[in-house]
Design a protein around this ligand. Structure first.
Ligand SMILES: Nc1nc2c(ncn2[C@@H]2O[C@H](COP(=O)(O)OP(=O)(O)OP(=O)(O)O)[C@@H](O)[C@H]2O)c(=O)[nH]1
Ligand SMILES: [Mg+2]
Length: 429
């Protein structure tokens, strides 16, 4: 079934749905697609019948996105799924991320492709562990525009209460401030995705709310101007070997323009190659811009010469990287760390598409509620600190003042995100 707004020449954006497990991300996506005519009612009816047979009544809408057998049996999203959504202004690719803490890695992959995000927060449950973690990760991974769906307004105990909405809204605003978003720039919509209230159709049960629907917020997204006049930076998401074509790295352009026929350099692999052709949405293009997800064919490199975590640029302004015998100074905010950490701590850093174990070499200056402290012996949850770091292997990262979009990182340890930070200064040897 085609949408009334279908037109692939409209500006394209990737939008990811994130938030704590069970807060209604997949249901929101299913409901949006249904109410806007992207899928037909009988599909949902069939899904709902199937869901009921599996003891998962109510999951008919979520099944639109949760297609895997294990997802349907467990009633959770495990891997990211993609769907097209057309609005009057945009052509979106929707990315539905899993909320379960065991699958944050998949959420990271999905979010690193996204321009915008919808954070779903169930009104009866408020801000939870992965609400927090996903908000921080969205910021670190370069999501430029955020929209909040305060969901499940229909549920017993919430009963469409404006007071309940306001208290969750305040809780979310505090979180967003901590994560580095300006809450004033983030629309928040009280919804019931289960019933389809304030998603596409307005709600009669929340007459106290006069703002836009979730669909209107999504259609009204204003993206910052594309940094086309900056040097090329293209973080590599994956590298494929395709029979008859050759080596095809894929990724999303952060800054600059990728041109067919020009030579790119991949760092930290330090390999160069000519771009033979570029493909976007299965169409060959001559050039691609910031925000575009591309696959491009390079001449003379094997699929093992370059890897995920490399950044491609041009040789007149190569992507920066820190070798394993070099250091960089960064400012971090500790979100949630089970024990105190000190110099020597070596968790995994996620920056753009790279994942590298990085050592805390020197704690330079701590900022806490008590004020500032030089060379603190250890750090705990809530502290912020300027730290000198050393990666265990070469890592592409940029300074905040040069490429803010590639300077941010998340720190993960023992299966959870413990801190978020930004690279201030690279110390080359
Ligand atoms: N009452 C009510 N229930 C909802 C609403 N939205 C979702 N649900 C229910 O919440 C449960 C979880 O919904 P999902 O859409 O699978 O949640 P999710 O956020 O995608 O979960 P994960 O992907 O596993 O993190 C299902 O039983 C839904 O029917 C809502 O607006 N109101
Ligand atoms: Mg889901």
């Amino acid at each position: 079934m085609g949408s009334q707004w279908e037109d692939k020449s409209k500006p394209h954006l990737n939008i990811v749905f994130v938030g704590h497990v069970d807060h209604g991300k997949s249901t929101t996506v299913g409901r949006l697609l249904l109410d806007t005519g992207h899928i037909e009612a009988h599909v949902i009816e069939k899904n709902e019948k199937l869901a009921q047979e599996q003891g998962k009544a109510g999951f008919g809408l979520a099944y639109v996105m949760d297609g895997l057998k294990e997802e349907r049996e467990r009633g959770i999203t495990i891997d990211v799924a993609h769907k097209e959504l057309f609005t009057p202004n945009y052509y979106f690719t929707i990315i539905d991320a899993p909320g379960h803490r065991d699958f944050v890695k998949n959420m990271i992959t999905g979010t690193s492709q996204a321009d915008a995000a919808v954070l779903c927060v169930a009104a009866n449950d408020g801000v939870n562990a992965q609400t927090k973690e996903h908000a921080f990760l969205a910021r670190v991974l370069g999501v430029k525009q955020l929209i909040v769906n305060i969901n499940k307004m229909d549920i017993s105990g919430v009963d469409y209460s404006e007071d309940k909405y306001n208290s969750v809204k305040e809780e979310v605003s505090n979180l967003l401030k901590m994560a580095g978003f300006n809450p004033a720039d983030v629309p928040m919509v009280p919804c019931s995705s289960f019933n389809g209230e304030n998603l596409y159709e307005k709600s009669d049960n929340m007459s106290w709310y006069s703002g836009p629907t979730l669909f209107e917020c999504i259609d009204g997204i204003q993206m910052p101007p594309k940094p086309t006049d900056r040097p090329l930076r293209l973080p590599i998401q994956d590298v494929y070997k395709i029979g008859g074509i050759g080596t095809v790295p894929v990724g999303k352009i952060e800054t600059g323009i990728l041109h067919s026929g020009k030579t790119v350099v991949f760092n930290p692999s330090q390999k160069s190659a000519e771009v033979k052709s570029i493909e976007m949405h299965h169409t060959v293009v001559d050039k691609a811009e910031p925000g575009d997800n591309v696959g491009f064919n390079v001449r003379g490199l094997s699929a093992t010469d370059i890897r995920r975590g490399d950044i491609a640029g041009y040789s007149d302004n190569e992507p920066m990287f820190v070798r394993h015998d070099e250091t960089f100074v960064g400012q971090i905010q500790l979100m949630d760390i089970p024990k105190a950490v000190a110099a020597g701590y070596t968790p995994v850093f996620h920056a753009h598409t790279a994942q590298v174990a990085v050592r805390f070499v020197e704690l330079l200056e701590k900022t806490s509620k008590a004020g500032k402290e030089a060379n603190p012996p250890f750090l705990v949850t809530g502290d912020a600190c300027l730290i000198r770091f050393m990666p265990t292997k070469p890592m592409a990262i940029e300074q905040m003042d040069a490429f803010p979009e590639l300077s941010r990182f998340a720190i993960r340890d023992m299966g959870k995100t413990v801190a978020a930070g930004v690279c201030m200064k690279i110390e080359k040897k």
